[in-house]
Design a protein around this ligand. Structure first.
Ligand code: SF4
Ligand code: SF4
Length: 262
């Protein structure tokens, strides 16, 4: 594709995703547009050695999509944090953005909490973690230390029944379904795929990491963000999300190929 066409496509992509992804659109075109927008922002982040251009846009865009979403009757409220006692996975820039969001004076306490949590959760599989009810180390008095920068999986964790959440995330709980509008699940999948595709296109892993291990890898390093953007694998040895690269699934691979087809 010629440079002028690419610029025109970039402008159209930005216009298309101005109100965030719309799960009800259902045809993948917005996900493809967002994937390309995010890829340009990965490059901008690499040039500026700062994760802010990519993750600032990503988080704001998801906020917009949720703000303009149809009304759902959700039980979620401030201080309700049963869902913060579960396996969390996040992609590399999300983890780096969480770290960036923590005030410097809080980082040591956060690292201590992360080390303590990791001593319990280590490399355990999500199946084993389910039912342990281990709190996220970023949870302080039922509030997230990194609320404004929390990963997509947390931002889209909603429920229509807080009592069921309390049962589902309690220690020893068996498999209890959480009633949640499919809107949020589809939204999560769309943002997850768009970010994964942007990262893959730029040569980074498309998969997510287990959050405690990933935080542990970056919280103690002052240069983690610049090092990752420069290509160092600062997450080496961190447990990847078991589902791995989402583009191993044919339907996701088709979306990825369509994004860069021209
Ligand atoms: S998902 Fe469940 S536990 Fe989490 S905030 Fe909503 S109601 Fe509370
Ligand atoms: S990162 Fe924040 S929102 Fe996500 S599980 Fe941890 S405390 Fe909860």
């Amino acid at each position: 594709m010629k440079r002028a066409e690419r610029r025109r496509q970039a402008r159209e992509d930005l216009r298309a995703v101005a109100r965030g992804l719309d799960p009800e659109a259902g045809d993948g075109r917005l996900v493809i547009a967002l994937m390309r927008v995010l890829h340009d922002l990965v490059e901008e982040s690499q040039d500026s050695r700062s994760i802010a251009p990519l993750m600032g846009f990503f988080q704001n865009n998801m906020r917009t999509a949720i703000r303009v979403a149809p009304r759902h009757s959700l039980a979620c409220s401030s201080g309700c944090a049963h869902c913060c006692h579960a396996w969390v996975s996040a992609r590399a820039p999300e983890v780096l953005f969480v770290k960036r969001s923590l005030p410097a004076r809080e980082r040591e306490a956060a690292l201590t909490a992360v080390e303590a949590a990791y001593a319990v959760t280590g490399m355990l599989d999500p199946d084993v973690r389910a039912g342990m009810g281990t709190p996220c180390p970023l949870l302080v008095e039922n509030r997230c230390r990194a609320y404004e920068a929390r990963p997509a999986v947390c931002r889209t964790a909603v429920s229509e029944d807080a009592e069921l959440c309390a049962k589902a995330f309690a220690p020893g709980a068996s498999d209890i379904g959480i009633p949640a509008p499919t809107f949020y699940l589809t939204l999560r999948r769309g943002y997850s795929l768009a970010l994964a595709g942007a990262l893959k296109r730029a040569g980074f892993p498309a998969y997510s990491y287990e959050h405690n291990g990933a935080l542990r890898a970056v919280l103690g390093r002052t240069d983690a963000e610049a090092a990752w953007l420069a290509g160092e694998d600062v997450f080496a040895g961190v447990q990847p999300e078991p589902r791995g690269d989402p583009f191993e699934l044919p339907r996701n691979r088709l979306l990825y190929e369509a994004a860069w087809a021209a």
